[in-house]
Write a new protein. Structure first.
Length: 225
């Protein structure tokens, strides 16, 4: 078994080594929505060749193109010398998240005329916080959220309509009169978990709410404490 694995690994290296890493590779394909499979028009794609240097891969610019009105593309890719991997960076916006897809040279050559890239749709989420307790006079609330396992604060910029916020980096509210709204975007049709940690009267209370944000709909989470 070990001999078979070693042989396969060796052949893979040799096959990669025989691939010509210079010249032009004509590629064709499409960009589609991950869930609906609907084509995505006018999507910018940046290509980088990855060249090995001191046990790391250095990205080298290999070109840029855009999908047409039907979500398709045709492009003459300039192969980067000694690059056996390529990054296809699909530029994000308020509707779709920025995505990088890494492809090794041989599959890229094999599927050059039938490439397909998918993008994850984003959905609006509004988180509302309202302190209704009159006692104690002051407590502390922290908030965070994850969408499909990704920290929501890194996924998409958020906006705070605020009263009582004391730290935007930690999303921390201290005081007795708190009323805030956080507007952001999360992965559409995937689970988002909102977590609050409340420090009150020397005790810690964790509050968790889960929502699956639907595309093109109003998605809201409330906390009254």
């Amino acid at each position: 078994m070990k001999i078979a694995i070693y042989t396969a690994f060796t052949l893979a290296i040799l096959f990669n080594g025989c691939s010509k890493t210079e010249g032009i590779l004509k590629i064709k394909g499409k960009v589609i929505d991950e869930s609906t499979k609907v084509p995505i028009a006018r999507r910018v794609i940046i290509v980088q060749g990855l060249v090995s240097n001191n046990n790391s891969l250095i990205p080298i610019d290999a070109g840029q193109f855009t999908t047409d009105s039907s979500g398709c593309f045709t492009y003459s890719l300039r192969k980067v010398r000694d690059a056996y991997y390529y990054n296809f960076c699909l530029v994000g916006d308020s509707n779709y998240i920025y995505t990088t897809i890494k492809i090794s040279l041989n599959p890229l050559i094999r599927d050059a005329k039938d490439l397909s890239f998918t993008l994850s749709k984003l959905a609006d989420l509004t988180i509302q916080i309202n302190r209704i307790s009159k006692s104690p006079v002051c407590d502390t609330l922290y908030m965070s959220w994850k969408s499909n396992g990704v920290d929501g604060r890194t996924l998409y910029p958020y906006k705070i309509n605020n009263y009582g916020l004391t730290s935007t980096s930690e999303l921390r509210w201290i005081g007795g009169n708190i009323k805030s709204t956080v507007n952001t975007r999360t992965f559409a049709d995937k689970r988002t978990i909102v977590r609050w940690v409340l420090f009150r009267n020397g005790k810690i209370k964790e509050i968790i709410d889960t929502i699956t944000c639907r595309r093109d709909l109003v998605n809201e989470v409330y906390l009254k404490y």
